[in-house]
Design a protein around this ligand. Structure first.
Ligand code: SF4
Length: 550
């Protein structure tokens, strides 16, 4: 872990001379410097809801204003999905409107990954009725639908909101879902339960115009688990459970992590934050991002660029002096986790003597009927709640010992494995070409068949391993921090034909010794060669590894 940073010697001045050209509001740059900023200035993204309810849902897809369609609808979790049948070679060539289908992807935010069985049943019903049965678990604990018609959006909101779920700021330049430990408040080894802080941040700030025009997305993670189960290293802001030698359990504050282009591991500010102060500190950091964040270029508009330029000491000083108006308490770094799996799959005892049961669907792909069956199964075994994980897995909570065996059997009968192979457990895939307009290659189906192939070919392999598939150079499935990261692109096959394939990145990790995988120069595999390549790689690793080598 990084050492506690040195304190800055002087308060930075508001006139950030070097960055006058970055479009920072704090430097007086309120004139929009690109189309996205202009759209946000013209009308707040949150305002589009009224137009959806009163105009677009009645008059249909063709009535939607262009800036709403490709901009503001994201503030309510809606993106147009990719028109079927357009191959990956056309992704970069076609205009956005040529790729747009008249159906939407809709993201339901599930803060902390927490769902009651009642909520899960409604999520399943909406999927069946309005989303052709689709319902993927994302790697940020959300649920994602496809095939949504704008005409159905108000009714979907009504049903979700009736059970306390929403799509508010699930996408867009906003505070996205707050990810949280999926075993908060129940894990035997927990340092601190961050649930009340997540709820309070949500109550105060989600859907508030205070933070509905940020330079870009703002990702938050909160966990008091020593397993470090929320990928805190790659969030814009993260609160990580630690025990302070004098003050007791609280959170270590991290800022400026993120993947995509220019990936960065977040940095510690060396500050310890008590549970009740987390929402204020969160608002301080979000305010710095809003006011000082770069708005000129979309490619430099994430918080990580400001943090990299300022450094942790100056960032902390601005937070204390200009936003909190008090010093933060210095604190220790989190301990290194002792285990590599952070997904809570399997059967584990809770603090109260009951059990939680984590299970693995394939690459996050479930469907509405299955979600309804999971809700029924959990209830039949005495549980009223579940969680989603950042590894596209799920957990049934609060199961008494006498119900565990029957629940495990019921889940496995739905192909939801509680004791999965390392391949089922460690493989993740983004949305890919099936629905994503930026995709170049297919991911979900290929990830699923790769699991089958590896289980058949390497039945004895029992190391923790992560295999992450992306459909394009973005980082939705976190390829840079996987043991084997596969970045979708078009490659040449042996006959000189352009086919779907992947650039290979090896050796990335989060948790124990976090770092980015290395792009293996020139190593690209076609989709058809993928199982052979991964099999060769893992067999060689098994044969040649030294003691303890990962
Ligand atoms: Fe789409 Fe690319 Fe993200 Fe995959 S990584 S969901 S293809 S943008």
């Amino acid at each position: 872990m990084a050492a506690t940073p040195e304190r800055a010697s002087a308060t930075p001045r508001r006139k950030a001379g070097r960055h006058r050209g970055e479009g920072q509001w704090a430097a007086g740059h309120f004139t929009p410097l690109n189309g996205n900023e202009q759209t946000k200035k013209d009308d707040d993204g949150l305002n589009v809801r009224t137009r959806i309810e009163t105009i677009y849902a009645h008059r249909g897809f063709d009535s939607i204003d262009g800036a709403d369609l490709r901009g503001r609808m994201r503030w309510w979790g809606l993106y147009t999905q990719r028109k079927p049948g357009i191959d990956g070679g056309k992704t970069a060539i076609l205009e956005p409107e040529e790729l747009d289908d008249e159906y939407f992807m809709m993201r339901v935010r599930v803060d902390g990954g927490r769902l009651t069985t009642e909520q899960l049943r409604v999520v399943g019903e909406v999927s069946e009725e309005f989303a052709r049965g689709t319902a993927d678990i994302t790697d940020r604990q959300n649920i994602q639908y496809h095939w949504i018609r704008v005409e159905d959006v108000p009714e979907i909101w009504r049903r979700l909101e009736a059970v306390g779920l929403s799509t508010t700021e699930a996408c867009g330049d906003t505070p996205r879902v707050i990810i949280g430990s999926p075993v908060a408040g129940i894990a035997e080894d927990e340092i601190i339960d961050g649930t009340s802080a997540i709820d309070e941040i949500h109550r105060r700030y989600i859907g508030s115009k205070e933070f509905s025009n940020l330079p870009r997305k703002f990702k938050t993670a909160v966990s008091g688990s020593p397993v470090l189960d929320v990928v805190h290293e790659i969030n814009d802001i993260a609160f990580v459970g630690v025990r302070h030698p004098e003050h007791g359990p609280g959170f270590d504050l991290w800022v400026g992590g993120g993947l995509s282009t220019n990936p960065k591991i977040g940095v510690r500010l060396g500050a310890w934050v008590p549970l009740e102060e987390v929402p204020d500190v969160w608002a301080g950091v979000a305010s710095i991002f809003r006011d000082y964040g770069y708005r000129r270029l979309r490619t430099r508009a994430r918080l990580k660029f400001l943090v990299a330029d300022w450094g942790p000491a100056k960032f902390r000083q601005v937070l204390e002096d200009e936003y909190l108006r008090r010093p933060l308490i210095d604190g220790p770094a989190p301990e290194q986790p002792v285990q590599r799996w952070r997904d809570h799959v399997g059967v584990h005892r809770q603090q109260d003597g009951r059990y939680y049961v984590g299970f693995a669907p394939r690459v996050g792909r479930v469907d509405g009927t299955t979600l309804t069956k999971i809700a029924n199964l959990a209830e039949a075994h005495g549980s009223g709640r579940l969680t989603t994980t950042v590894e596209q897995k799920m957990i049934v909570l609060d199961v008494t010992e006498d119900q565990v065996e029957s629940l495990v059997a019921g889940l496995e009968a739905l192909d939801l494995q509680v004791k999965p192979s390392p391949f089922r457990r460690g493989t993740m895939a983004c949305t890919g070409i099936e629905f994503c307009k930026l995709a170049i290659v297919e991911t979900k189906g290929r990830g699923s068949s790769l699991i089958d192939e590896l289980e058949r070919r390497l039945p004895e392999f029992d190391e923790p391993i992560t295999i992450n598939l992306n459909g394009c150079p973005n980082a939705c499935a976190r390829i840079q921090v996987a043991d084997i990261g596969l970045k979708g692109q078009l490659v040449m096959d042996d006959n000189g034909r352009q086919v779907e394939g992947y650039q290979v990145h090896l050796g990335g990790a989060l948790g124990l010794e976090p770092g980015f995988g290395r792009k293996v120069r020139g190593l690209k595999v076609t989709a058809a060669e993928l199982p052979d390549y991964v099999e060769r790689l893992l067999s060689r690793f098994q044969e040649e590894r030294e003691d303890g080598e990962r």
